[in-house]
Design a protein around this ligand. Structure first.
Ligand code: VG1
Ligand code: CO
Length: 542
């Protein structure tokens, strides 16, 4: 029997860069998850009898919210739910399942790179039929629904067994518990030369993968150790834990420090990689050679033809606005278009659907392609391995040759976390107010040549997304970008993105911090970060 439960709106359910993210305690309020899920369903049309995909990164609250969503999906009239065994589906695997089974859409339960546990973060994200994150028009409709919701639908039923693969009935709806890894691993085998990678791994080449006690553990163990023959132990922290072992599942130089140190050791491995909470990010480190995500996108785009899935070449490359221009130079050399989108994967979906872009990337360690509609951590690692297997050169050599051909975009991101929201807003408001007067201004990094607030017009549907970040360009092509994060759950996070281009015949071997020092000084001059945030230094530099 369908129950209609009365409720009242919560006013804080606006989806951010990637779904709704809140503290677990916020999600534990009665009716909180229910309100949001009902608001998602109410924004959709024509799903009666259709398939919904459901899974998450295994963090605290994952199983409970899956049971809630199953009952609500049955009450709202879905015909079938495909749910990952144990409630597990990485974000890219969920995207693949949606596409492969022709689902109407999917709910991905994750707060991605944010920490998990009873006092940490949880999240819910809706993906549409193409497998990608709901575009802004949908997230806005969801938000509008959350503000006027009066009731939600559910059923009374015992919990579904999530741990046994198989099919059950839930009040007339089919619940199919699927192996979360099998379809994804099969897709990877169609894209990459597994035989060549197997040979590489058998040749004495040593890799390490850090799953950060998050969702990629089972995927990485199956793919790297079982299918590609890497020795047991190649995958570290391979068991998903509800609190990620008390760690922050963000694969950057701060939170994946152990991996970095291993790769910098004199006799360390040849290749190291890590992924985040929900498996869509990647960190790539070669022996004694950290690869910035922006450079990784450029190198992968330049070498993708070495993998069977991309041998036909690329239609185009897309990157988020704050991502460095390294990929632009590759696109120019290949004679293909380069698209610059706002931050967040949802903006790539239309370009991928229209075959305008084949490879996409973000400076925040996200890279992916048209094989799914999400960024994909393990995919990026496999593409790197395929390139390494084909070229048989160290990562450092590949980077050096890349820069010698295209020049080098020195790049860093400085994050100022947990700032009081009002102070962060004041900093951005002041910057925005100064934009018109900035061109011609002298700074430590030279003369400002252009300043604006990035606005994006989607080339496929003409939709406009304004106020996506303040860009300040300098006469020599250097750039500073300022924006506030849309994924945090505590106060505001200011992100300052710094980039300086050094041409191919310039000094390609500088320390990044030294190369960017004038820009760091200019960022302080222009935004008065210390005065606004009260912080003398960034919380994280990546
Ligand atoms: C951050 C990154 C952005 C990424 C988003 C989701 O957003 O900057 O590039 O798409 O996280 O990634 P923001 O608004 O905090 O800057 V994930 O792996 O957390 O889903
Ligand atoms: Co993620």
């Amino acid at each position: 029997m369908i129950l209609t439960v009365n409720t009242t709106p919560f006013t804080d359910q606006k989806p951010g860069t990637s779904g709704l993210r809140k503290k677990v305690k916020v999600f534990q309020q009665p009716r909180y998850a229910e309100n949001f899920i009902q608001s998602v369903f109410d924004s959709l049309d024509g799903f009666a009898g259709q398939t919904l995909v459901l899974g998450g990164d295994g963090r605290f609250l994952n199983r409970e919210v899956i049971q809630v969503a199953l009952r609500m999906a049955a009450a709202n009239g879905f015909g079938r739910v495909l749910v990952g065994q144990g409630g597990i589906l990485s974000t890219p695997a969920a995207s693949n399942v949606i596409r492969q089974y022709g689902a109407f859409g999917g709910l991905v339960l994750s707060a991605s790179h944010n920490p998990g546990g009873p006092d940490e973060d949880f999240g819910i994200k809706y993906n549409i039929a193409n497998g990608g994150p709901a575009p802004e028009a949908v997230t806005e409709a969801i938000y509008a629904n959350t503000l006027q919701i009066a009731s939600y639908k559910t059923i009374e039923a015992p919990d579904v067994d999530l741990d046994t693969v198989g099919t059950t009935d839930l009040a007339g709806m089919t619940v199919q518990v699927i192996d979360p890894v099998a379809d994804y691993a099969a897709l990877m085998e169609t894209l990459f030369d597994f035989a060549a990678i197997r040979d590489l791994l058998a040749s004495g080449f040593v890799m390490q993968f850090d799953a950060m006690s998050a969702v990629t553990g089972p995927y990485a163990t199956e793919i790297f150790e079982r299918r590609l023959g890497a020795p047991a132990g190649t995958v570290r922290n391979g068991v998903p834990l509800p609190d990620f072992g008390h760690h922050h599942p963000d694969p950057n130089l701060v939170h994946a420090r152990d991996l970095y140190d291993a790769l910098m050791a004199p006799d360390g491995p040849d290749f190291g990689a890590a992924s985040d909470g929900d498996g869509d990010r990647n960190l790539i480190i070669g022996k004694h050679c950290y690869v910035t995500p922006s450079d990784s996108l450029a190198v992968l785009a330049a070498n993708a033809h070495l993998a069977p899935g991309y041998a036909r070449g690329l239609a185009g490359i897309a990157r988020s606005m704050p991502t460095s221009g390294a990929a632009d130079r590759v696109a120019a050399a290949l004679g293909i278009p380069l698209f610059e989108t706002p931050t967040g994967w949802k903006f790539f979906g239309n370009l991928l659907d229209a075959s305008l872009a084949t490879i996409c990337g973000e400076e925040s360690a996200g890279t992916g392609s048209d094989h799914v509609r999400e960024k994909d951590g393990i995919w990026a690692v496999l593409l790197w391995l395929n390139v390494l297997a084909a070229r048989r050169q160290p990562v450092a050599t590949i980077m050096a040759e890349h820069w010698a051909r295209y020049g080098r975009n020195y790049y860093a991101r400085h994050d100022y976390e947990a700032i009081e929201t009002a102070r962060a807003d004041a900093l951005m408001a002041r910057l925005r107010g100064s934009l018109e007067a900035l061109p011609g201004t002298q700074t430590a990094a030279g003369t400002v040549s252009m300043a604006d607030d990035f606005s994006y017009t989607d080339p496929t549907d003409g939709s406009i997304s304004a106020r996506q970040g303040v860009r300040i360009l300098f006469a020599d092509g250097s750039r500073i970008v300022f924006r506030l994060s849309g994924t945090g759950t505590e106060g505001a996070t200011l992100r300052v993105y710094l980039e300086r281009y050094e041409p191919a015949d310039g000094d390609l071997g500088q320390e990044t911090a030294a190369a960017l020092a004038p820009l760091i000084a200019a960022a302080e001059e222009l935004a008065q970060i210390v005065a606004h945030t009260g912080m003398a230094e960034p919380s994280v530099i990546t």
